[in-house]
Every structure is written in structure tokens, then in C-alpha cells.
Design a protein around this ligand. Structure first.
Ligand code: ATP
Ligand code: MN
Length: 477
């Protein structure tokens, strides 16, 4: 008999029918009640074993973590907590799990412990919910762009350009680590390396996405990016996934509109497709908050926060306005910020971003028109010649979730910016070429996928929203 997934079974409630279910035992009470989960949904199905119907040897193997297959009849449940259950006729233990050694006991484990057991943490309610939501968010992203005619463009992961300057890069090489070939100057001779030059893992697909947009109009990437960040924060990974749309014939306003529309679409998509998992995480957050001091608790529950984001326009504020707000803010005047804001031109730290979002505006904020000196070379210089058409979207609890800009499409301006910033132009001939042949205004942004998943799951640490996090010193699994 074909297996039915628990999600499907709980939805259709085929009372009186005989079914086969397969999954992993969460708990086994009184030698009678098995809570079985197959990951298709948060809920378990209860298997009821009549006492005396099964061999003692078999019953002994039904332990937490074991993989089992059961055949039985679906009946209305007498107990509370579930509407239907299965009266089991046959049960088979497919994969045993020694209860003395199985790391996941039916009790609450710390997030740190679960991270060390990341190979098993999918089997908990929390991580089941997080990864179902992560999946749905990825589907929602593809749907959003597909509905709007954006092409999914696969940009390379191996790259020779290190000009983007978005972060420290990982080198990729096949040269011997012990005895690399050397040049006459006693430096590593990368002309002997696999690609004939130094290669790295990409920090962003943007530059290549721009090439696509200038022919295909609207494209987006969705792939892994790598940054050798040494920062041990709850918001940085060394390997993370990024979504980077790029639009031709678009300016900064179009860019902000697209970003806001996309975030709202995704939130609505998740509220529709993942309500059960979101309710679970909402409850979880509520419990966690109880252990925090009053002033550190978040003012809204998870679902309330998501609905709030949907219903309110994001606040669009220029960098200059933001600096004035920050300069006159209480924490700045009382020197409570670690980095006190004095002059226009200062780079904003996460403490400033959080102040603007969480204390001042109390909603998502789009900051735009940043000083050109603190931004990348490819951002379009504004008429004031002091600022560039850049925008960052800041979310409560997360800080920066999106970074984007209108790109500099004027060849001469771009060239002089590259000169100023010491960016080799010969290697980037392809990037300059599209400014020579049919250049046009274009814009795009990067959404950090894990930061978004963090926001919609209310998980405190970015390491808990990617299956196998890579951070300094961690690459197990
Ligand atoms: P931050 O200042 O937070 O380090 P950034 O300015 O380096 O971010 P961008 O280069 O603009 O970020 O990258 C685009 C997006 O990618 C960011 O808005 C963020 O959502 C995400 N992002 C950047 N670095 C990381 C990282 N190390 N881990 C996870 N997500 C990241
Ligand atoms: Mn960074």
C-alpha cells in the first residue's frame, strides 16, 4: 500500500480507511501511543497499539528516533490534541535508534546543543518549522519574479574579479599549499594555477546580473555567496544565499518599489502557506521572551509583526535626514552609542540602524542617497556629486536586510570613480563595455536570504536558519 504523508492525512482525514504511514518516532507512551512525525508538517500522527497485539521484542524497538512504518485504520481520536489517529494493525521498525545513545531526548535542548547536532536537528519541531518556511520562502521568491517576467539567471560561483569589494574573499586554488610555484620575485605564481590567474568564491552575482539585465531587461539571481567575514555576529555567515534582481530602464525609486513589493509579497505568501509553522514559532518566541528583561522584549509577537509589515508603508528616509535624527537623538547626546555620530559622512553602524528602525520610526525603513565615499564604485553619482543613489532596507531586530543601488551607467563617470577607488579597468573591460554599447539606467539590490528567514521565523541567530552554517572555525557536516 502506498504511503500517505502525515500532512495529507491530517488534511483529508480519511476516516475508516486503511493507510500506511512512515516516519520517525517522537515519543512512545505506555507501550501504546506513538507520536509519529514525517516532517511534512509540524503535527504528529498518533499511532495506537492495542496492548497484547504485538510481540514484546518489537515493542521494545519502538523508541524515540526510530524509523517506523505502520499500517492501520484512520479513526476519530478519543484523546485531546489530535482529531484523528491510527489504530495500528502492523508496525515495522525500519531503522532502530538506541534510546540510550540518541542525542535528542524528548525534552528542550539548547540552540547551541542543537547546532552541534545539526545532522539531527531537522527532527525537532523548531527546525522542522524553520526549514519548511525556508523552503516556502524560496518558492515564493521564484514565483514573485516569474510572475513579473524576470529571468532566473545563474551567475558564476567561481570568479576572477575581486573588485566588488563587498567583503573578504575565499581563494580557490589547485596549487600545492606546501610548495606552490614561485615567480622570480618569490611570489606565488598564479599563472600556473587552474585558471591561469587568482580565483575566488563570489561575494555577489551583481556585476554579471547587470550584463544579463542589459539584454534581457529584468533578471534575478538566487545562489550562494561567500564572505570570509571574521565577525562573530548573529547576522553574518561565511556562506549565505542571496537574491539579486537587476532591472534595465529603472531608477532608484523603481528599485525601492520592487524591494518593498517583494518583501510584502513574500510575507503574505508565508502567512498563507506556512500558518501552522508560523503560529508555532510565534508561541516559541512568546516563551523565549518571558526569560528576557522587560526592556529587551520585542513589542510585537511574530505574526503581529509580519502583519504590521504588510499593512504599513516602509519609511523612506535620506541618509542626510537620518544623520540629523541620529545627531539629535538621546543616545547620541548622552554618548550611549559606541560610535557617536558627529559629522555628515559617517558610516552607520548597526546600533544606529537599530535606533532608527526600532526606536524612532518603529517600522521598516529604506535609507537612501548615501555619501559616495562610504559606498561601492558602481553606484550612480547623484546631481549633488556628494551622494550616490544607494538604498538599504532596515528591518526591526535584524538591521540591514537589503542593500541596493541605481548603477552608474555613464561610462566617463564610472571610469573616474574606478580610478579614484583604484579598481583595475582592464580586467573589468566587460563591465565597462556594456556602458559603451547601449548603456541605459539600471538598478538592482541584494536580499540576504538568511536574514529574511531570520526575520520571518524570529530566530535569534542566523546559524539557525541555514541547514549547515559556515562561520569562522566551523565547517562540520
Ligand atoms: P552588513 O553591513 O550587514 O555586513 P553588507 O553591507 O556587507 O551587510 P551587502 O554587501 O549590501 O551587505 O549585501 C547584501 C545583503 O546580503 C545584505 O543586505 C544582507 O542581507 C546580506 N548579507 C551581507 N553579508 C552577509 C553575511 N555575511 N551573512 C549573511 N547575510 C549577509
Ligand atoms: Mn558586510
Amino acid at each position: 500500500m502506498k504511503r500517505i504523508r502525515i500532512k495529507e492525512l491530517l488534511k483529508s482525514e480519511p476516516i475508516g480507511e486503511k493507510v500506511t504511514v512512515k516516519g520517525w518516532v517522537r515519543t512512545f507512551r505506555n507501550n501504546q501511543f506513538v507520536a509519529l512525525n514525517d516532517g511534512s508538517t509540524l503535527d504528529n500522527i498518533q499511532l495506537v497499539l492495542q496492548l497484547g497485539d504485538f510481540e514484546e521484542e518489537l515493542i521494545k524497538k519502538v523508541t524515540t528516533g526510530a524509523a517506523v512504518s505502520a499500517v492501520g485504520t484512520v479513526v476519530k481520536s478519543m484523546g485531546k490534541g489530535q482529531s484523528v489517529e491510527i489504530t495500528v494493525e502492523q508496525i515495522e521498525v525500519i531503522g532502530e535508534s538506541d534510546p540510550e545513545k540518541y542525542p535528542l531526548q524528548p525534552k528542550k535542548h539548547s540552540m547551541e546543543f542543537l547546532r552541534e547536532n545539526a545532522h539531527l536537528r531537522f527532527r525537532t519541531n523548531t527546525f522542522g518549522a524553520v526549514f519548511r518556511i525556508r523552503h516556502a520562502a524560496a518558492m515564493g521568491i521564484h514565483r514573485f519574479f516569474d510572475e513579473r517576467g524576470f529571468l532566473y539567471l545563474h551567475t558564476p560561483i567561481l570568479t576572477a574579479s575581486d573588485a566588488e569589494g563587498a567583503g573578504e574573499m575565499f581563494r580557490v586554488t589547485t596549487l600545492s599549499a606546501q610548495y606552490p610555484p614561485l615567480t622570480e620575485e618569490n611570489e606565488v605564481d598564479f599563472s600556473k594555477d587552474f585558471f591561469g590567474k587568482e580565483a575566488h568564491l563570489t561575494v555577489s552575482g551583481q556585476l554579471e546580473a547587470e550584463l544579463g539585465a542589459l539584454a534581457l531587461s529584468d533578471v534575478y539571481t538566487f545562489g550562494p555567496t561567500f564572505r570570509a567575514e571574521h565577525s562573530h555576529t548573529t547576522r553574518h555567515l561565511a556562506e549565505f544565499w542571496m537574491i539579486e534582481p537587476e532591472m534595465a530602464f529603472a531608477d532608484l525609486n523603481d528599485n525601492m518599489d520592487l524591494a518593498e513589493e517583494m518583501l510584502k509579497y513574500l510575507i503574505a505568501y508565508l502567512l498563507e502557506h506556512c500558518s501552522k509553522d508560523l503560529e508555532f514559532l510565534d508561541q516559541r518566541l512568546h516563551q523565549e521572551e518571558k526569560n528576557k528583561p522587560m526592556d529587551q522584549r520585542s513589542p510585537m509577537g511574530l505574526i503581529e509583526k509580519l502583519q504590521f509589515c504588510l499593512q504599513n508603508d516602509f519609511e523612506r528616509v535620506t541618509y542626510t535626514e537620518a544623520i540629523n535624527i541620529l545627531r539629535n537623538s538621546k543616545p547620541n547626546k548622552k554618548k550611549k552609542f559606541q560610535f557617536v555620530i558627529e559629522d555628515w559622512g559617517a558610516d552607520l553602524q548597526s546600533e544606529h540602524e537599530r535606533y532608527l528602525v526600532e526606536k524612532h520610526f518603529k517600522k521598516p525603513v529604506i535609507l537612501y542617497n548615501y555619501p559616495k565615499d562610504i559606498k561601492a564604485f558602481y553606484m550612480r553619482v547623484n546631481e549633488d556629486e556628494k551622494t550616490v543613489a544607494a538604498m538599504d532596507i532596515l528591518f526591526p531586530g535584524i538591521g540591514e536586510i537589503i542593500g541596493g543601488s541605481q548603477r552608474e551607467e555613464r561610462l566617463a563617470v564610472l571610469q573616474s570613480r574606478m580610478e579614484e577607488m583604484d579598481i583595475p579597468q582592464d580586467e573589468m573591460f566587460w563591465y565597462l563595455d556594456i556602458r559603451k554599447f547601449g548603456s541605459c539606467p539600471h538598478a538592482g539590490f541584494g536580499l540576504g536570504f538568511e536574514r529574511f528567514v531570520q526575520f520571518v521565523t524570529a530566530m535569534g541567530n542566523i546559524r539557525d536558519v541555514i541547514p549547515f552554517p559556515r562561520t569562522p572555525g566551523t565547517i562540520t557536516f
